[in-house]
Design a protein around this ligand. Structure first.
Ligand SMILES: Cc1cc2nc3c(=O)[nH]c(=O)nc-3n(C[C@H](O)[C@H](O)[C@H](O)COP(=O)(O)OP(=O)(O)OC[C@H]3O[C@@H](n4cnc5c(N)ncnc54)[C@H](O)[C@@H]3O)c2cc1C
Length: 370
C-alpha cells in the first residue's frame, strides 16, 4: 500500500478498530472518528467465535466464511497479544446442551444438518455432558461437543485493539461524522481531506451511506454479566443450551466473569434493557447452571446488532473513495480479522480476494456496484 494513503475510519467498534489496525500495518496513515466508544454493540457482545453453533439454515453462505474467520483468529490474537494486551482468546470449545426431550430432538436435527454441511459433531449423553462440565444441572439430558467454536473476551479485545492501533500510529478524533446531505458524500463531510473513507459505524452506517439504505437493520440483544465468587462452581468452556425450545448461552472468562445472553428483538434503535429480557435469560441459565444463584450480578446491558438481509457482512466499495464494513450481525467478533484483511486489500485496489464477492454490498441490487 502507498505510504501516502490517508484513510479515515468512521466508527471505533471492533470492526473499525480492526480495519484501522490492518490499514496502519500496511503503511496507511489512519484516523479513527468515534463520538462515543461505549455506544456500540462491541462493548456489549459475548465474544463467541462460533461459526458452527451460529450456523443458521437461512444463512448458508455464512458457515464457510465463518470457518475461515475462526482459522484467522490464532494469528490475529497472537499479533494483538504481542503488542502488549492479551485479548482473552480461548480455544476451549463449546458444549451445546438440551434440557427437555424436544430440545434433544432439536439438537439431533442440528447435528444432522451440520453433518450434511461436512461438520461432524460428537453427540453426548447427559452424564457425559456433566463429566465435561460438572457444574451442569442434573436436568441436562444430552448435548453436542463442538470443539471448533471458540471465544474472546470482547472488552479485553477492544483494549488490545486500542493499544495496537496506538502503537501503529493510528490517530483518534472524537466526534461524529455527520450524515450526508443530498449531493455530498460522507468522505467530504468527514472534513479531514482523507483519500479514502471506511464506514464502520455498525447499525448507524446506513445513516451515513445512502447506498446502504434498507440493508442494515438493528437487532437488539440484552445480555447479563455475572461474577463467580470464591468457591462457586465455574464452567471451563462456552455452554449453549436449549431450554424448552429457548436458546441461552453462558460464556465463561478467565477473570471469573460469566456472560449470559442474549435476547434478539427487532425494536428499532431502542436500547432499553427490559426486566422481562433479564428475567428470561437468568431463568433459563439457572436451569442449566444452578450455581449462578450464588454469582454476583455485575451488569445488565444491551446493544444493537447490525444485521444484513442474509446475515453476512457488508464489506466493499460503494464508491471509489468509500468502503463500507458493517452488517456483521451476530458475528462481528468472529469476522473482525477477515473483514480487516479484506478492507486492507480493497484499499490497495485488490478486488479479487477471498470472500470479496460473498461480502460485497453490491450482491443486493439496491447497493451500487463498483
Ligand atoms: C448482546 C449481543 C451479543 C453478541 N454476541 C456476539 C458474539 O458472541 N460473537 C460475535 O462475533 N458477535 C456478537 N455480537 C455481535 C457483535 O457485537 C457485533 O457484530 C459487532 O460488535 C459490530 O461491531 P461494529 O464495530 O460494526 O459496530 P459497533 O460496535 O456498534 O460500533 C459502531 C461504532 O460506530 C460509532 N458511530 C456511529 N455513528 C457514528 C458517526 N456518525 N461517526 C463516527 N462514529 C460513529 C458508534 O459510536 C460505535 O462506537 C453480539 C451483539 C450483541 C448485541
Amino acid at each position: 500500500m502507498s505510504r501516502g494513503l490517508w484513510v479515515s475510519v468512521v466508527g471505533g467498534g471492533v470492526i473499525g478498530l480492526s480495519c484501522a489496525w490492518a490499514l496502519a500495518r500496511e503503511g496507511a496513515r489512519v484516523t479513527v472518528i468515534e463520538p462515543d466508544p461505549g455506544r456500540g454493540a462491541s462493548l456489549v457482545g459475548a465474544g463467541m467465535l462460533a461459526p458452527i453453533t451460529e450456523a443458521h439454515p437461512t444463512e448458508p453462505g455464512l458457515l464457510a466464511a465463518g470457518r475461515a474467520a475462526v482459522e484467522a483468529w490464532p494469528e490475529f490474537a497472537a499479533a494483538l497479544a504481542a503488542t502488549g494486551v492479551d485479548p482473552g482468546y480461548r480455544t476451549t470449545g463449546t458444549l451445546v446442551v438440551g434440557y427437555s426431550a424436544d430440545d434433544l430432538v432439536a439438537l439431533d436435527e442440528l447435528a444432522s444438518r451440520l453433518s450434511t454441511l461436512g461438520v461432524d459433531v460428537e453427540r453426548l449423553t447427559g452424564s457425559a455432558c456433566r463429566r465435561a462440565e460438572p457444574a451442569l444441572a442434573p436436568g441436562v439430558r444430552g448435548g453436542l461437543s463442538v470443539p471448533g467454536d471458540h471465544s474472546v473476551d470482547n472488552r479485553a479485545l477492544l483494549r488490545a485493539l486500542r493499544a495496537a492501533t496506538d502503537a501503529a500510529g493510528v490517530e483518534f478524533t472524537p466526534g461524529a461524522a455527520p450524515a450526508p446531505t443530498p449531493g455530498s458524500a460522507v468522505r467530504e463531510l468527514v472534513g479531514v481531506g482523507a483519500d479514502l473513507v471506511v464506514v464502520a459505524a455498525g447499525v448507524w452506517s446506513a445513516g451515513l451511506v445512502p447506498e446502504l439504505g434498507g440493508l442494515v437493520r438493528p437487532v437488539r440483544g440484552e445480555i447479563v454479566r455475572l461474577t463467580a465468587r470464591r468457591s462457586t462452581p465455574v464452567l471451563t468452556r462456552t455452554v449453549r443450551a436449549l431450554v424448552d425450545g429457548r436458546a441461552v448461552y453462558l460464556v465463561p472468562r478467565e477473570t471469573g466473569e460469566l456472560v449470559v445472553g442474549a435476547t434478539q428483538d427487532e425494536v428499532g434503535f431502542d436500547r432499553t434493557v427490559t426486566a422481562g429480557g433479564v428475567h428470561r435469560l437468568l431463568t433459563d441459565a439457572r436451569r442449566v447452571l444452578p450455581a449462578i444463584d450464588e454469582y454476583a450480578l455485575a451488569e445488565t446491558s444491551s446493544g444493537l446488532r447490525p444485521m444484513s438481509p442474509d446475515g453476512a457482512p457488508l464489506v466493499g466499495h460503494v464508491a471509489d473513495d468509500t468502503i463500507v464494513a458493517t452488517g456483521h450481525g451476530r458475528n462481528g467478533f468472529l469476522f473482525a480479522p477477515l473483514t480487516a484483511t479484506l478492507v486492507a486489500q480493497l484499499a490497495t485496489g485488490n478486488t479479487a480476494t477471498t470472500f470479496a464477492d460473498t461480502f460485497a454490498p453490491s450482491r443486493f441490487s439496491v447497493a451500487k456496484s463498483r
